[in-house]
Design a protein. Structure first.
Length: 281
């Protein structure tokens, strides 16, 4: 079956305002959209369908459920390829203003798109993230509960970064339904309604030679067969950057042919709540 097409579900959409502050999507901008679909289709077993953002954007699905987005990067832009997490916000303009007020950078947007408004930003350390105001994907509860992805911020100082994101994204605020923050052995843990959404750890070095140590948001994907996933990645031009054993099993950090880094593991989806901290991963 062609891994570039699949059907669209009919589940109900949710609004970013309902889950403000939560990670709500992960996306990649690729130089060659077709090649990226072929790579991630073979490596992660994804199917693809057209999204509502136009011909230059595809939605990756697993068993019909949207899990990630891949868009075509404009040829005129010369930027590093990276997987980027997006956070749900109530008002993109207000959030962008808070980012600038706290010495972050808003690189693109907020832009009006078919389903809402989005912007691409960076925190004070240079870690890139996105914000989204508007409709979320179909079957939002399914994505949050079952999507095989979780995110981790490697920051210079996790506690300072938590203050930045807390003020920008309204974590641990007085508004009902906000995300909560706890601290576990030097790690900042973001959770909502008892579910862990992200972890922030210290130790990034923006001057380090290895990109694994640069301040960044990093995306993890759970896979059913780690060895087969790594073999497929290498056969299609991917590179192994790091391998690690954890109490949950092995995980491997890869770089795709465009240079975007991501980690694959045999963890069950939702294992973030049990995942130990990994500096650089």
């Amino acid at each position: 079956m062609d891994n570039r097409t699949t059907s669209v579900g009919s589940a109900e959409r949710a609004s970013s305002a309902e889950v403000f502050g939560s990670p709500c999507w992960v996306s990649l901008m690729a130089r060659d959209l077709a090649a990226a679909q072929d790579f991630y289709g073979a490596v992660l077993g994804w199917k693809f369908r057209k999204g509502r953002l136009g011909e230059q954007f595809r939605v990756a699905t697993v068993d019909g459920m949207p899990v990630a987005g891949i868009g075509a990067l404009a040829p005129s832009l010369s930027v590093a390829m990276a997987w980027t997490p997006y956070f749900a916000v109530t008002d993109a303009d207000e959030t962008a203003a808070r980012i600038r007020e706290r010495s972050g950078t808003v690189a693109v947007g907020p832009l009006n798109l078919s389903m809402g408004r989005g912007a691409l930003a960076a925190d004070r350390d240079g870690a890139v993230f996105g914000i989204w105001e508007g409709e979320l994907m179909r079957d939002w509860p399914g994505w949050r509960d079952r999507a095989p992805a979780w995110i981790h911020l490697l920051a210079r100082d996790a506690f300072e970064s938590a203050i930045f994101y807390g003020q920008v994204l309204e974590w641990a605020c007085d508004r009902p339904g906000c995300c909560e923050v706890t601290y576990e052995e030097g790690t900042v843990v973001l959770h909502r309604l008892g579910q862990v959404l992200a972890r922030l750890t210290s130790g990034a070095d923006p001057t380090a030679e290895s990109p694994l140590l640069h301040p960044r948001w990093h995306v993890h994907f759970a896979v059913p067969d780690l060895d087969a996933t790594v073999r497929a990645a290498r056969q299609l031009g991917g590179t192994i950057l790091a391998e690690r054993s954890t109490i949950q099993g092995a995980e491997v950090t890869l770089r795709d042919p465009d240079g975007a880094m991501f980690t694959v593991s045999s963890h069950e989806s939702g294992a973030l709540a049990r995942m130990p901290d990994h500096r650089g991963l």
